[in-house]
Write a protein that binds this ligand. Structure first.
Ligand code: LRH
Ligand code: MN
Ligand code: MN
Length: 393
């Protein structure tokens, strides 16, 4: 594909203008591995400053109008005040991420812990997160459980599933209105033998048991190497159970690198499934979130680049000639069908995206504009002693 037809161009630009990507508060704080956290100057010292950084990303990209919170990392006295501050900055508060993985009590698990008192504490936190959603006006409660075991025989796999079911039921029962429960799975880590929600099938089965407002979250870094992520996307879309994404990229395990950095072709294939199901538009309900940690690279700029990477993959997916693809598929033209997809993937969409930004009143080069803005220098001078995202010593 060389030239983009005018009607295609209009359609693609309209879809891109509507696109929404949520950035995570924890991407702006210091983070690291269990070996070392390399601290950076100018990182946020509190949730307010994280929101200011998220608003900066939105100012330069125009498509990142909400920020996800992680509790207790982003605990404040008054969430209505935090929401008002976000609004003032030009963004909204998005998904509330529960955190039942950082307390000493959770050594043997949180909601699946053999001790009922620990389970009660963990469920209490999930319910508190729904209270926070009520105060912030957030739609989604995102649950990821680090629960699992390290050794065969350590605990009963079946009983842990029963405990998980009971906890999820309680959290789900606390939701009101259009609030949703998003269940995230992960193959391993920190549990190394058995994880209680290890894969999309387990998450899906629990969601089906709970009800329609329970949906699966796909964190793109949470699979075994070689997993066909777009298959999972397609399956969950068909089942009406795809609640959202935690976008990031990985070379090895849960690397949390910038989305599109390791495997831009996979990101394109994922977005092709989304576009094919007409699930890109915000009214469809999928939460397109980032879940990344920028350990050595400058954080705000890395988040801007990640947003642009998602936008670029989306633009390419929107360029797929669906009629030519369907015709090739119908006629069994294996290579022809593949060529249609590759044509779209190999299109340089950067000029189109520059035009989009100009039309949206933005600088066509968000990274350059951010660098020239002096924002980093300003916060470096203002913020002394920034905090880490929450894990890593
Ligand atoms: C777990 C996870 C989950 C957490 C986040 C910090 O690996 O992906 O989404 O909330 O990391
Ligand atoms: Mn995640
Ligand atoms: Mn993860």
């Amino acid at each position: 594909m060389t030239d983009i037809a005018p009607t295609t161009r209009t359609r693609v630009l309209a879809a891109l203008r509507e696109q929404r990507i949520e950035t995570p508060s924890w991407a702006y704080g210091n983070s690291g591995t269990r070996f070392k956290v390399f601290r950076q100057e100018g990182v946020p010292r509190d949730p307010y400053e994280k929101i200011a950084d998220a608003a900066t990303v939105h100012r330069f990209t125009g498509v990142a109008p909400t920020v996800a919170l992680h509790i207790p990392w982003d605990r404040v006295d008054d969430y209505a005040v935090l929401a008002a501050y976000a609004k003032e900055q030009g963004v909204g508060l998005g998904t509330i991420n529960a955190n039942v993985f950082q307390d000493d009590d959770y050594r043997l698990g949180s909601v699946t812990n053999p001790d009922p008192a620990v389970r009660r504490k963990a469920i209490g936190h999930l319910l508190e997160c729904v209270d926070i959603m009520d105060a912030t006006g957030s739609r989604d409660l995102k649950l990821w459980f680090s629960d699992g075991t390290n050794y065969p025989g350590q605990d009963s796999i079946r009983q842990r599933q029963d405990r998980l079911t009971a906890a999820l039921r309680e959290a789900y029962g606390r939701l009101t209105g259009d609030q949703r429960l998003l269940l995230e799975y992960k193959l391993f880590e920190p549990a190394f033998y058995m994880t209680d929600v290890p894969d999309w099938g387990t998450a899906y089965a629990h969601c089906v048991e709970l009800g329609e407002r329970a949906q699966v979250v796909i964190d793109t870094g949470h699979h075994a190497p070689g997993t066909n992520v777009e298959f999972i996307v397609a399956f969950l879309l068909r089942a009406g159970r795809l609640g959202g994404f935690d976008f990031n990229s990985r070379f090895y395990a849960d690397d949390d690198l910038m989305v599109g950095a390791a495997n831009p072709f996979e990101l394109f294939r994922v977005m092709h499934e989304i576009v094919g199901a007409d699930a890109l538009r915000p009214t469809y309900g999928i939460a397109f979130m980032l879940d990344q940690c920028h350990n050595i690279e400058p954080k705000v700029e890395a988040v801007i680049r990640s947003v642009l990477n998602v936008q670029e993959a989306t633009a390419k997916a929107l360029l797929v000639d669906v009629e030519a693809l369907a015709a090739a598929q119908r006629s069994g033209d294996v290579l022809g069908a593949n060529a249609v997809l590759m044509d779209a993937y190999n299109t340089d969409v950067r000029p189109l995206l520059r035009d989009l930004r100009t039309e949206m009143g933005l600088d066509p080069d968000p990274v350059g504009a951010y660098r020239r803005s002096g924002y980093l220098e300003k916060v470096r001078a203002e913020r002394v002693g920034g905090e880490q995202a929450g894990w890593g010593a």
